[in-house]
Design a protein around this ligand. Structure first.
Ligand code: CMP
Length: 131
């Protein structure tokens, strides 16, 4: 996902360019907005964390882009490309270093495993929306 603050700030094109230039194929792409309930379901794994309410409010605060990306070793490499959760700790050249505002408003989300990529892809896309 490209998160609400990055979309609102007009960073979408540059972020997608970084993704494509780093060898990813976009299998599916959607401009959409999560309801509070949907954001809560998407991030249910963080339900017990102190930042859960803030995270859900924020992710429902404006439109986002959701995508399914394909590449060898995609999960691990994409997490390197987006950089650390906290942009203050993200390396130079990463998406979060360039575009994130804060630990919460951190520009982009990436799945943390192949299994979660499958679940998260199915959350946003039907079989007819991926090529
Ligand atoms: P993301 O990769 O989408 O996965 C969980 C999200 O929770 C994370 O990016 C941040 O947006 C948010 N998050 C993680 N840690 C914190 C924190 N300490 N304070 C606020 N938000 C956080």
């Amino acid at each position: 996902m490209i998160k609400p603050e990055a979309v609102a700030a007009g960073h979408t094109g540059k972020i997608i360019d970084m993704i494509i230039s780093n060898g990813y194929r976009i299998l599916a792409l959607k401009y959409t907005r999560l309801s509070q309930e949907e954001a809560g379901v998407f991030y249910a794994v963080h339900k017990e964390r102190p930042f859960y309410g803030e995270l859900v409010d924020y992710m429902a605060s404006g439109p986002i882009y959701a995508a399914i990306l394909e590449k060898d070793n995609a999960v691990e490499d994409y997490r390197k490309l987006i950089g650390a959760t906290d942009p203050a700790q993200a390396e130079e050249g990463t998406i979060r270093k360039r575009f994130a505002e804060s630990k919460a408003k951190n520009a982009a989300h990436g799945s943390d495993s192949d299994a979660n990529a499958e679940i998260e892809g199915n959350f946003f896309f039907s079989g007819r929306e991926r090529f």
